[in-house]
Design a protein around this ligand. Structure first.
Ligand code: SF4
Length: 174
């Protein structure tokens, strides 16, 4: 049996206990959110201290290490990923792996509340689709988030792809 050298081990693809190669990584960049879906968060949530969170630079290093280990798709999640301060610097940084071809897809799951603000930059960074998890498209059935009213325009009209809602759930908004 051939012994693997340390560099071989470093770049050997990861496999799960069933021998399947791991190509997909979900990364939670924050536990915070601008909404309070009753099934997810209580109104008086206790969030992790910022000191306990990986910095954006550390997240970039971590994701890059996984890409070196064979991950081809990364999904940023939260909480709500777009409420993390300067999160677009992480998206921008990770997009270099799309440019080199090391990464096939960079995407995110979002509640949609911040997409009007970030959609153009996301598209510019190579994000071609997002999953929008929301409970209603009817503003009458939604409540304002602390940051303002929930927008139903999720993507600039000039962009070729509109995000699809991944699922619908019944929610009591607070
Ligand atoms: S939008 Fe998502 S992360 Fe935010 S409170 Fe609702 S279910 Fe939780």
């Amino acid at each position: 049996m051939n012994a693997l050298s340390p560099p071989d081990l470093l770049f050997r693809p990861m496999t799960d206990p069933f021998g399947r190669t791991i190509r997909y990584l979900r990364v939670s960049v924050t536990d915070r959110c601008d909404l309070r879906c009753f099934y997810c968060m209580s109104e008086d949530m206790t969030f992790l201290p910022k000191a306990d969170l990986l910095t954006l630079e550390e997240l970039d290093r971590l994701c890059s290490a996984f890409i070196a280990k064979g991950v081809r798709k990364i999904r940023l999640t939260g909480g709500e990923p777009l409420v993390r301060r300067n999160v677009m610097s992480l998206v921008r940084s990770l997009s270099r792996h799309l440019a080199t071809g090391a990464l096939d897809e960079l995407t995110l799951t979002t509640n949609g509340s911040q997409l009007q603000r970030f959609a153009t930059e996301l598209a510019d960074c190579g994000v071609r689709r997002v999953n929008v998890s929301l409970d209603t498209l009817d503003p009458r059935n939604s409540a304002p988030s602390p940051a303002g009213a929930i927008s139903t325009r999720f993507w600039p009209a000039s962009k070729p792809r509109a995000p699809r809602a991944s699922r619908s759930r019944s929610t009591r908004w607070r």
